[in-house]
Structure formats: structure tokens, C-alpha cells
Design a protein around this ligand. Structure first.
Ligand code: IFM
Length: 463
């Protein structure tokens, strides 16, 4: 008896909506290098990196990826990859060192933006990605309310110069990290460790966001503007751990989403933070400023959390970056694959985070402004074969597609990062790039993942 051949089910390519923005991201301090060039003032990260033991290997912001001098080649590389957009951050200490506008700093971004436009790549500019001028830190940094007003002044300097050409503005990148890692646990610059300082920084960063939104609206009314938050879906290890999940979700997600999208802090978290002076910080009118309408929300996604109220096998206690929740334990999933940073690979959490915003907040267009992974890449015979990163990317893009098919208004995806770079307290040891950087020669080698991503971009669909 002969079996009749069954027709193979056709593999349907997962297509993204027309006009979907495909990009890659970097941040000034992580890629630029040239920290002493053209009148730049040291930032808190220069000071922090110079502190023995603060950064792995004693690495500093030099040479990074030498992007300050090689930006033309980098833009050419982006063009080869077919990127539709480049998300970069502007360096406050280059643009307003010691509080004064520095034309040479501004000129760099002016040239970068023109180069991108000439290559047909949309410039997506972030005003603040953690490199606070040291002179402002010396006056209290983000614990001082005045820093929010200095931030608005800096925004005004930038938008006056670049407002006619930037495609999209973001005020802040991941204010949770700037506040909680910078002022709570101190594992990031400026390395302060106090819950009072952390909560003050969180509020003043958000206030700075609101004030900067007003500046952007006035000077670039037709350019879409928003803010970028790092969101993590949080699950309780058991029903009895619901309070731990409430606290961590509150500190990580709702403390930022609620004031921006709902016009006020979540009451439960404001109560939890009252012992650290949170209730004294918020003045009349702050809530309205912070809730200034945004055109889009950027979601940075790396992983989710499983938490418990008490220790579990292999769990780690929350550190000082979780004010009022230090008793909570983070519970690992021993079966989950991990990146070189030790982070569990949880693509499903990306869809969950996007759905959390979609369901629980007012409608707002979303962009995945960062998603990526470090792997111990090696350059062999002129090639980096990073199959693990391709697997990571494919799984996360499937999750993004899943969110779209469930109604999320997702409009773009930016891989973190375009280039290997300075991974903050981890120094240069962790490589997230689509493009390998040899830090000695500054030679660039697009990894296999870059080729894969470039094919996705060309098709606007997963293979
Ligand atoms: O490198 C960082 C980036 O600066 C902010 N988001 C997370 C990335 C990976 O840790």
C-alpha cells in the first residue's frame, strides 16, 4: 500500500505591522569614549569608575567604542544593516559642562544627527542615560529638587539646536536604575547607598521628566516624545507571597508607570516609602507636571522576577535597591537558560510586560526601546558566531509579535546594543553588541546575529 504524501503545512512568516520601526540602541557614556574631549566635564560615571573596586577590571569610559570619533563609520555600518532608527543618548556633561552650554559638545550631536539623516536612519535621542555632570552631583545630584530644573535647562539647550531634525525624543532612560542602583544600593554611580536618597532621586528624576516634556512640547511640538522605563513582570512564588510581588512590582513598574500614565503615585507604594520621606517630597503641581501627555512609552525588557516573602532554595535577598522591600527574596528558575550576565532568558515576560501596560493603563503607543543579551562572544577567523544571541532575539521577537497579535499597539523594536560597549559596573567584560568591538584596535565585526537581524528588518517579518 502506498501512502499518499500529506501536504506540508506552510510555514507562515510572522510579519510585523507596516511601518514598524527597527533599530538598535546605545548610550553616550557606554560607547563614546573621548571623555576629556572638547570641554566635556567629568560625569558621575567618570568619578565612580575611578573608584577602586567600583567597576570590574578597573574599566573606565575610555576608550569605550570610540564612537565620538568613529560615528561616521558606525552610521555606515547601521546603513549596511538596514536599520531604520538609531537610539542614542546625549551627554549632559558634554553639552552643559559646569552649567554652561558648550558648542563643541552640541556640534558632535549635530553632526551625528545629520549623518544619520543622510543615511536614511531616524535619529531617536534620549536626553538622560545616567551620566549626570559631577558638578551637579556635588550639589546633591538627583536627591536635590533643583537638579530637575537644571535638567529642563539642559533639555532646552539641546532641543533649540536639534529640535528640527530629531525624529523622536525620550526624556529619561530607566529612571529606576538611576535612582535605585545609583542612590539606593550604590552599585552604580554616584555610588550612594541610602533609601531616603533613592526615593528622593526617583521623584526628582520623574519631575525632571515632566519639566523636560514641557520644554520639548514648546520647542518641538511636532516631534513625538516619551520616556523609557525598564519593566519586569513580577510573579509570586506562591499565593502566600503576594505581598512580596506587590512590593517589587510596585517599586519596579508602578512607581514609574502610575505617575506618568495615571497622574499620581500608587498609594500602596507611597505608603511603603513614607518612612523614607517620600511623602515630604511631592509638592503641589508635581503630579500634573509628571503626567504631561506623552506620545509613546519605551519599554526596556530583559527578564522577569519570581519573588517570595522568605528565603527559598537558591534565592537571593533583595538588596538596598529595593527600599522597604529588603526582606523579599528573588527566586531563581534553575531550568531557565541564562545570558552571560547571569540573567534568566524569559521571552514570554516581554509579552507580559507589554500586556501589563496595555491592559492597566491608558492607551499609548509602545516601543521596545531595549532588549538584548550578553554572551561570551569570541572572534574566531574574523567571525563571531553568536547562535545563542540569535536564539534569544528570535524568541523575544516572537513574544513581541504575540503581543501585537493580542492587541498591543507596539510600533517598534530596538536591539540593545548596536555595539559592544561599557556595561556599567561590569565594565567591558559583558558584550551585548550586534557588532563586535575589539577595544584595542577598535575594529568592528558584525556578528552573525547582525546578519540575522538585518534579514528580519528587510522582511519586516521573522523568517
Ligand atoms: O547596558 C544597559 C543599558 O545602559 C540600560 N539598559 C540595560 C542595558 C544592559 O544592562
Amino acid at each position: 500500500m502506498t501512502m499518499s504524501a500529506q501536504p506540508m503545512p506552510e510555514r507562515v512568516a510572522l510579519a510585523f505591522p507596516p511601518g514598524f520601526v527597527w533599530g538598535a540602541a546605545t548610550a553616550a557614556f557606554q560607547v563614546e569614549g573621548s571623555t576629556g574631549a572638547d570641554g566635556r566635564e567629568p560625569s558621575v560615571w567618570d568619578t565612580f569608575a575611578a573608584t577602586p573596586g567600583a567597576v570590574v577590571g578597573g574599566d573606565t569610559g575610555d576608550p569605550a567604542a570610540d564612537h565620538y570619533r568613529r560615528y561616521r563609520d558606525d552610521v555606515a555600518l547601521m546603513r549596511t544593516l538596514g536599520l531604520g532608527a538609531y537610539r542614542f543618548s546625549l551627554s549632559w556633561p558634554r553639552i552643559r559642562p559646569f552649567g554652561r552650554p558648550e558648542p563643541r559638545g552640541l556640534e558632535f550631536y549635530d553632526r551625528l544627527v545629520d549623518e544619520l539623516l543622510a543615511a536614511g536612519i531616524q535619529p531617536w535621542a534620549t536626553l538622560y542615560h545616567w551620566d549626570l555632570p559631577q558638578s551637579l552631583e556635588d550639589q546633591g545630584g538627583w536627591t536635590a529638587r533643583d537638579t530637575a530644573y537644571r535638567f529642563a535647562e539642559y533639555a532646552e539647550t539641546i532641543v533649540g539646536r536639534l529640535g528640527d531634525r530629531v525624529a523622536s525624543w525620550s526624556t529619561l532612560n530607566e529612571p529606576w536604575c538611576a535612582a535605585m542602583l545609583g542612590y539606593g544600593s550604590g552599585v552604580h554611580a554616584p555610588g550612594r547607598s541610602s533609601p531616603e536618597a533613592a526615593v528622593a532621586a526617583a521623584h526628582h528624576l520623574l519631575l525632571g521628566h515632566g519639566l523636560a516634556m514641557d520644554v520639548l512640547r514648546a520647542a518641538a511640538p511636532n516631534t513625538p516624545s516619551g520616556i523609557t522605563l525598564n519593566l519586569y513582570p513580577v510573579a509570586a512564588d506562591s499565593p502566600a507571597d503576594a505581598d512580596a510581588a506587590r512590593r517589587i512590582d510596585g517599586l519596579q513598574n508602578r512607581l514609574f508607570l502610575d505617575p506618568v500614565l495615571r497622574g499620581g503615585y500608587p498609594e500602596d507604594i507611597a505608603d511603603d516609602l513614607a518612612p523614607f520621606g517620600f511623602d515630604q517630597l511631592v509638592r503641589d503641581g508635581d503630579a500634573e507636571l509628571i503626567a504631561a501627555p506623552i506620545d509613546w512609552l519605551g519599554v526596556n525588557y530583559y527578564r522577569g522576577y519570581r519573588v517570595a516573602d522568605s528565603p527559598r532554595t537558591g534565592s537571593e535577598p533583595a538588596g538596598r535597591e529595593w527600599p522597604g522591600a529588603e526582606h523579599v527574596h528573588f527566586v531563581p528558575d534553575p531550568a531557565a537558560p541564562r545570558t552571560h550576565s547571569g540573567w534568566e532568558v524569559q521571552p514570554g515576560g516581554l509579552a507580559e510586560s507589554l500586556l501589563q501596560v496595555h491592559r492597566d493603563y491608558r492607551p499609548v503607543p509602545l516601543y521596545i526601546t531595549e532588549n538584548g543579551a550578553s554572551y561570551p562572544d569570541s572572534l574566531t577567523n574574523g567571525e563571531v558566531v553568536d547562535e545563542d544571541r540569535i536564539t534569544f532575539l528570535e524568541a523575544h521577537l516572537k513574544a513581541a509579535h504575540d503581543a501585537v497579535s493580542r492587541g498591543v499597539d507596539l510600533r517598534g523594536y530596538f536591539y540593545w546594543s548596536l555595539l559592544d560597549n561599557f556595561e556599567w559596573a561590569e565594565g567591558y567584560a559583558k558584550r551585548f553588541g550586534l557588532v563586535h568591538v575589539d577595544y584595542l584596535s577598535q575594529h568592528r565585526t558584525p556578528k552573525r546575529s547582525a546578519q540575522w537581524y538585518s534579514e528580519v528588518i528587510a522582511r519586516n517579518a521573522l523568517p
